[in-house]
Design a protein. Sequence first.
Length: 360
Amino acid sequence: MNERAIGAAKAPSKPLRLMYRVYRYVLPGVSAELEGLKQRALRIPDPELRAQALASMADKRFHCQGGSVYAILDPSNRHLLLPLIVALQTISDYLDNLCDRSTSLDADDFRLLHRSMLDAVDPYAELTNYYALRQEQDDGGYLHHLVRTCQNQIRLLPGYAAAQPEITRLVSLYGDLQVYKHIRKDLREEQLLAWWERNRDELPHMGWNEFAAATGSTLGMFALFTAAADPALTPERARAVRDCYFPYVCGLHILLDYLIDQDEDRAGGDLNFCNYYRDPQEAAERIGFIVEKAREDIRRLPDPGFHRLIVEGLLALYLSDPKVSVQPEVKRVSRYLMKRSPLARRFFLMNSVWIRRIRA
């Protein structure tokens, strides 16, 4: 399929067509972007910053691959969307590593680090020293390069002015979560609950742990980037896209991630939002409820078939992870969620298992 054909193609709504475009365009494109960033990371002078930058790309590569699926929702703008998505996701993963393995537990430090994400989605924001409150300082311009890459790309999206307030809201919530979940362990729950109290009126059908999980997803940002490629985008339509992704699609994304990481987080003493369910049955029922709400929301979007594949793909990707089979309680939840699975989800499940085997 030539470039003109892919540019004119409709958004894929069938699993085979989606996976064709993923293998043909997304995976090679992400590899090329990450290779360029890896070469920059190798030149970071500070050894700790260099180590975390490289580790974030090595260990979390699939975040960029998954997020970049949104670049094929509007294939004619793939050249703008793919570098933007990879750069913002790489900032997210890099900062997550810095906070997880931080030499401090300073909320102000974490807040300043995540100001880089807010600046990245503001096309005219002035850059600052995001490391000013921590010991490690010299990244050789690595984080500034990522921020500028995002700014350069979003300046080329004709509908970005309409989408920017909604994207900024999601990025701001994301930054709040990263601050509250990485501070001292004895302060985390108190701060997270106080944060929830300030936001709960907007989300009456979610628990505090589910709201917190939803804020940790970048999928809503990527969906809005794609929407911003349309010069006719209005603020009302942008808000509708945000509402269709946040909180339920975003919440499903991160709750599944926490679900399969429960043993690891328990061993490491890390906060896990799935641990706040009373038992596996409640976890299964609540995540099942969120699945259904996510399906309802995406029906209101243009190209609902594409977004339905995203939901089914999330379930297949996470529930096919080998971590599931070695955690009996997680396996019970997985069986509950996979009951009466549609063919699309079963296709993605088999595809995910196959990919893991050939990479092993």
